[in-house]
Design a protein around this ligand. Structure first.
Ligand code: 16G
Length: 267
């Protein structure tokens, strides 16, 4: 298959600029996974970046297959995944359109909440896919952040976190092993497990930076490699001042918004 869209349509309606986004050189790289997945990720990133703005119409399945130089089945798989994600909608008799922009979820920076609680507040159900959990020898960073004595083990829980089936965050959490002796107990909410044993944090300090996603993290978050996300490092403390959690998280910045409320101190 190496057909040119212009040559194969006698309509000639689409200008080069309109099709550039869909052409294979814009999204396809050999050995980077199945074509439908690469096309899906490319379109998802284009929608998130505003290159395909809300209400814009996609070419028909047949046209898109010709421009992207793939089969209609490939197009259908990529498009139906985007419909499932809630970023595209198929309007009967009219075509496929980018949905109006989703409102960002706002997080207050001053309330110490868990991911599960943030999502519940927004009427969403949170789930986690556990990537890894267990007791390990701590890294020097973990020893420093958690004030661990030499020889102690650290509990690690690594999770991909979803809100209503959309992957929103990747989180790597480390805790002293006496605070979380059984990391296997964490199914969805880490803070629920800590609360059940009276060890939930009451204060936290966060550092927020913008980073670009590596290929494996991008794949998990359904974003394009290099997409900008928020990285938040949280160190959380017990009322005694003891640090008991160090979590590094990557959060989708297209749907996640952090709000800081600032007040002028009373004179
Ligand atoms: C939030 C925290 C994270 C904490 C997690 C616990 C931020 C930036 N990070 O995602 O540090 O580990 O909540 O949530 O808010 P869970 O109880 O639902 O597991």
């Amino acid at each position: 298959m190496n057909r040119s869209y212009e040559k194969n349509t006698n309509r000639g309606l689409m200008m080069d600029d309109d099709t550039a986004l869909y052409r294979p050189d814009a999204w396809y790289r050999p050995a980077r996974g199945p074509r439908y997945e690469q096309l899906y990720r490319h379109l998802s990133a284009a929608i998130a970046a505003g290159d395909l703005p809300p209400e814009s119409q996609l070419p028909t399945e047949r046209d898109l297959a010709l421009i992207a130089d793939v089969s209609r089945v490939t197009v259908r798989k990529a498009v139906s995944q985007l419909v499932e994600d809630g970023v595209l909608e198929q309007r009967r008799g009219a075509g496929t359109f980018v949905k109006p922009a989703r409102p960002k979820m706002e997080h207050s920076l001053s309330a110490l909440l868990s991911f599960t609680e943030y999502m519940r507040q927004r009427g969403k159900t949170s789930t986690s896919r556990i990537l890894r959990r267990g007791l390990f020898l701590p890294s020097p960073d973990e020893m420093m952040a958690l004030g661990l004595p030499p020889g102690d083990r650290v509990a690690r829980v690594e999770r991909l976190r979803f809100a209503d089936d959309t992957p929103l965050a990747l989180e790597w959490s480390s805790l002293p092993s006496d605070v979380l002796p059984d990391p296997e107990a964490v199914e969805t909410s880490l803070y629920d497990v800590l609360r059940a044993t009276g060890r939930a944090p009451t204060r936290a300090v966060q550092r927020i930076t913008a980073v670009n996603l590596t290929a494996p993290d991008a794949k998990l978050l359904n974003l394009a490699e290099g997409a900008a996300v928020l990285r938040i490092d949280r160190t959380a403390y017990l009322p005694s001042g003891r640090p008991i959690e160090f979590t590094r998280g990557l959060y989708r910045s297209d749907i996640y918004d952090f709000i800081a409320e600032l007040r002028l101190d009373a004179p």
